[in-house]
Ligand binder design. Sequence first.
Ligand code: ZN
Length: 131
Amino acid sequence: MTQQKSTLSKDFLNSIKEDLLIRKEKLKKQLASFAEKDPNQEDNYNSDFPEFGDKEDENAAEVAAFEGNLSLEDTLEQSIEMINKALKKIDLGVYGLCEKCGETINEERLKIMPTATKCVPGHGCLKLHKK
Ligand SMILES: [Zn+2]
């Protein structure tokens, strides 16, 4: 990765930062609806084990719901993690730089997907920027 400076304007970065913080709050609310916040680790949550009843089918349903919660918890936590990384990059002044080729990622793409770390989804940018 090259040490290029981002060409994104301060205004753009500010609006992205705002957007990221709003997205993070939404994810946290979603997580809090079925999981407990981990007091020892920031932005980590532990899924609640649901209580439907003591019958066998109810127990089976509890396990199924819990597994569903766990995978949703995972997805949401990963999203928060990506947002935290993006916020850190803004602070460091390297936000919006493609992790593959170091080019500044297209602004339109960042608006839609502010946690994007590559200029093209997948490894496509490798082909685009290969010398
Ligand atoms: Zn790239």
